[in-house]
Write a protein that binds this ligand. Sequence first.
Ligand code: Z5A
Ligand code: MG
Length: 221
Amino acid sequence: MRGAFIVVEGLDRSGKTTQVANLQAKLESSGTPVKLFKFPDRTTAIGQMIDSYLRSQSELDDQAIHLLFSANRWELATSIESLLEQGTTVVCDRYAFSGVAFSAAKGLPLEWCRAPDSGLPAPDLTIFFDISPEAARARGGYGEERYEKEQLQRRVRELFDVLASEFDDERWVTVDAGRSKEEVAGEVWKYAAALVGKVSPQVDKLWVPALQGRIMYSMKL
Ligand code: Z5A
Ligand code: MG
């Protein structure tokens, strides 16, 4: 049985990094082999360029940084696929949905943003962490990085809704991330436990309609 591919996506300060660590620990203690990925992965050469951009230490055209975020996923795609095939469950902190939502929020066309990530391993389940801007602000406010501004985050939220509407309830679930860490962890575990051990043998390709019939391709903004 191959591993499950679980992506946690969501808004700024919604608790993704907190909860993926928690999920990893729970899966390990239940005897499930698991590997955690985080995008952007700031440790690679491409990731270091992204890190420098996010901290406003370098400037790049919107298109160029978008392609770097995508390349940062592609450089790890084969590792993700191999791990899944070997039976390791992969948990991922942000993925291509952040890539599309953030770049489209800056004004790039949605379909242009989607294209470079088409064909990546598709998650079996995306757990989306929803939080109001007020609740996010109460967690310490937006920090110093480039995208941590409330107006942009509102647009990002709308774009995540568009992306979510393309998936059915088995592939995309929304969690109210404004609750306590324990409540959120309980719901995440419920979804993860229901999935692990029950995934279909083949890893689908993201946004490739021929292989993933449930994706609608007609959505325009
Ligand atoms: N980006 C992009 O443009 N294109 C792409 O392709 C990708 C990303 C992949 C950096 O991402 C930026 O890159 C991001 C999107 C863009 N820009 N923004 N905004 P990142 O993932 O490196 O950003 P981050 O700073 O690690 O994540 P985050 O979203 O800001 O935070 P989080 O991981 O969701 O939350 P957290 O770190 O787990 O928790 C935040 C705080 O809240 C912390 O003090 C926790 O202890 C606290 N917390 C967590 N859960 C709770 C609950 N339930 N109650 C109370 N307090 C809580
Ligand atoms: Mg985080």
